[in-house]
Design a protein around this ligand. Structure first.
Ligand SMILES: NC(=O)c1ccc[n+]([C@@H]2O[C@H](COP(=O)([O-])OP(=O)(O)OC[C@H]3O[C@@H](n4cnc5c(N)ncnc54)[C@H](O)[C@@H]3O)[C@@H](O)[C@H]2O)c1
Length: 349
């Protein structure tokens, strides 16, 4: 088995975790780190026995693949740079937060032929992968209803809000990606609402801190997605699929922050998931493993950039629906950025 040299750009919260997970892989023997705050890269490199470099060009010289864990607004420029260098890339989500920019970026990435994976970690979560396998195999029967819950334990730093893109593009985008991917069907209608209940700072940022979305799929199934910025019991992410043959759930285990009032029912424990790194630890480890397998050409890309179009269109539709107080056809969204109805159907798929 040939060993690989992998780079990580941006070693903040999630980049440092990805770097640690990469060092645990037998297939990776060299890790190279870059961050414009050099002390961060140097400290982490010392801890992991990696190398820290001073600029992006040095990072990209001679690596087999690169993980981008930089702020969202730097993703399009970074991805252009990595594909121009011919370096397979895993870019944190979202790869772009503006639809028109995303459409151009997808064309550039696809023209380059360089694999680019988007870090929607649910697609790498072993339990979610098993859920998709069962749905694809028809083991659950006809899907009737999907319920997804995405509750942060604590709100993000309030300074983060103005550039976050709002709760649909920032938080619910994960399930706007995962749920249509799981069902493998286009969404034909979106209805969304939201409230400010946690902190007035969300209203000041023209955002909401609790939201609900109803998706109607072409086959008639519905999905109800909920998301919130404050759940003092802990971090809670679940997806439930109720079908004609099975009712399945991911994210329900002894650390799920729920207290049942039924005799013998589960009780929230002190080690309830404090945040996404703990809840999705298996998914993030697998994400790095899959990435190096894609780099080695041994596995297909499970999260290509084109798929990001569907979730971003849905997030835009949610924002419009919340503001207008009425359902929105997601196929109407792309027309506003100059792509026609046929492409819009393709986009929503
Ligand atoms: N998939 C997930 O579950 C998940 C979770 C958290 C964050 N994210 C995404 O990861 C990205 C990073 O988020 P974070 O919370 O780790 O942020 P962070 O602020 O903790 O870290 C970002 C790091 O990037 C560095 N940086 C800034 N500009 C850079 C540039 N031009 N080139 C290279 N590095 C640069 C910063 O110095 C910092 O160290 C965001 O896009 C975010 O949406 C994804």
């Amino acid at each position: 088995m040939s060993l690989m040299r992998i780079g990580v750009a941006g070693v903040g919260r999630i980049g440092a975790m990805h770097a640690r997970n990469l060092t645990a892989l037998e297939t990776v023997d060299e890790l190279v780190l870059f961050d414009p705050q050099p002390e961060r890269a140097v400290a982490l490199a010392r801890e992991l026995g990696a190398a820290a470099v001073a600029d992006p060009d040095t990072l990209l010289a001679g690596v087999d693949g690169v993980v981008l864990a930089t702020p969202t607004d730097t993703h399009p420029e970074w991805v252009r740079r990595t594909v121009a260098a011919g370096v397979p890339t895993l870019c944190e989500k979202p790869i772009a937060s503006d639809l028109a920019e995303l459409i151009v970026l997808i064309a550039d990435v696809e023209a380059s032929g360089v694999p680019v994976l988007v870090g929607f970690q649910r697609r790498f979560d072993p339990a979610v992968i098993e859920l998709k396998r069962r749905l694809d195999a028809g083991e659950s029967g006809t899907p009737y209803l999907v319920r997804a819950i995405g509750q942060d334990a604590a709100p993000p730093d309030l300074g983060y809000l103005p550039a976050s893109g709002g709760i649909f593009r920032d938080l619910l985008i994960h399930d706007l990606d995962a749920v249509p991917w799981l069902l493998g069907e286009p969404v034909v209608e979106v209805f969304a609402g939201g409230s400010v209940l946690v902190d007035r700072a969300f209203a000041d940022a023209d955002d909401v801190d609790n939201a609900v979305v109803v998706l109607r799929f072409a086959g008639g199934a519905h999905a109800v997605l909920t998301g919130g910025r404050h759940n003092p019991a802990g971090y809670d992410h679940r997806i439930e699929v109720l079908g004609s043959a099975q009712s399945l759930v991911v994210g329900l285990d002894p650390r799920t922050p729920l207290t049942s009032l039924e005799p013998g029912g589960p009780q929230a424990r002190p080690d309830a998931y404090p945040g996404f790194p703990e809840r999705f630890a298996r998914a993030y480890r697998n994400e790095m493993r899959v990435f190096v397998e894609v780099v080695a050409g041994r596995q297909a890309n499970p999260s290509p950039v084109r798929d990001s179009l569907g979730s971003l269109v849905l997030a835009e539709a949610c924002e419009r629906s919340r503001r207008a107080g009425r359902p929105v056809d997601p196929a109407s969204v792309p027309a506003d950025v100059g792509i026609g109805p046929a492409a819009a159907v393709e986009v929503a798929r």
